[in-house]
Design a protein around this ligand. Structure first.
Ligand code: HPA
Length: 274
């Protein structure tokens, strides 16, 4: 289905009625097991997705399914604690619905985080990666269907979906904090099954450094509506076939928990400098 501008506006209006004069500026979408930053928001106003018209629920493990508005490191943030995924049965338009609503509410920046499999064999599980670009070749665009010009052009440029200025900000911040930060390309895969070793080899040949089941649709939509984007990945595990061991959701969530201090420290420090 194509969402209409009226539907986006209705969602935004329902949220606005709960926010008083609070206008968020930085939208944050937090990935698997990485939702803890939402709990650190000061003076929080939490709204469950199910209480927002036209919003879908997030059913994935480690995703709370609510929006938290408030202040973090002096920034007015809107945190999506839990995202929607295509593998949950949602269309890409549904997956990225919240980004457009947050844009209407006033957000001009999007910080996305995710957990992903590490494709680059020079790196290790537990490393953090700055996303410099993405590959989403084998699935339709979230912008498919009627274009809503109020958000952006029919054929938007995607040369710099991940804003160069914010990449540099994250690089500098990580360096100052002494946190090693890899840089690379996020390769989107549908899921929910983890990739096969052959798919991981293919991703590597095509230029991917990390494989994951999220982020790329939301970032396309954010770019379309003119938001600046910063993407940070926790490489929670070596991707399939690299080590001779099965992948599991537990491994991903454990890695997210283990990286908590480093990851939230870096995101918070970046926020402060925005
Ligand atoms: N593949 C896809 N998505 C993931 C992975 C993975 O190896 N780890 C965490 N999310």
């Amino acid at each position: 289905m194509d969402y209409t501008m009226e539907q986006y506006q209705a969602s935004a209006q329902a949220i606005r009625s709960r926010l008083g004069d609070f206008v968020p500026k930085v939208a944050m979408v937090l990935g698997s097991g990485l939702g803890y930053l939402g709990d650190e928001v000061e003076n929080p106003i939490a709204i469950d997705y199910k209480d927002i018209p036209h919003f879908k629920s997030s059913t994935a493990p480690g995703h709370k399914g609510r929006l938290v508005f408030g202040t973090l490191e002096g920034q007015k943030v809107a945190v999506m604690q839990g995202r929607m995924h295509h593998y949950e049965g949602y269309s890409y338009e549904e997956v990225s619905y919240g980004v457009r609503v947050l844009r209407l509410l006033g957000c001009d920046t999007l910080i996305v985080t995710n957990a992903a499999g590490c494709v680059n064999t020079q790196w290790e599980a537990g490393d953090l990666m700055l996303i410099t670009d993405q590959i989403k070749l084998f699935s339709e665009s979230p912008l498919r269907g009627e274009n809503l010009p109020a958000f952006g052009d029919r054929f938007p440029d995607a040369s710099h979906l991940y804003t160069l200025r914010l990449q540099e900000l994250a690089r500098r911040t990580a360096r100052e904090m002494g946190i090693p930060l890899r840089e690379g390309v996020y390769f989107y895969c549908y899921g929910p099954q983890y990739e096969t070793p052959a798919e991981v080899r293919a991703a590597r040949i095509l230029g991917g450094d990390a494989v994951g089941m999220s982020t790329a649709p939301e970032v396309i939509v954010a770019g379309h509506c003119g938001m600046e984007v910063l993407g940070l990945t926790l490489l929670s595990n070596m991707a399939a076939g690299i080590l001779d061991q099965p992948l599991s959701e537990k491994e991903v969530l454990d890695a997210a928990e283990a990286a908590r201090e480093k990851f939230s420290g870096l995101v918070r420090a970046c926020l402060k400098k925005l």
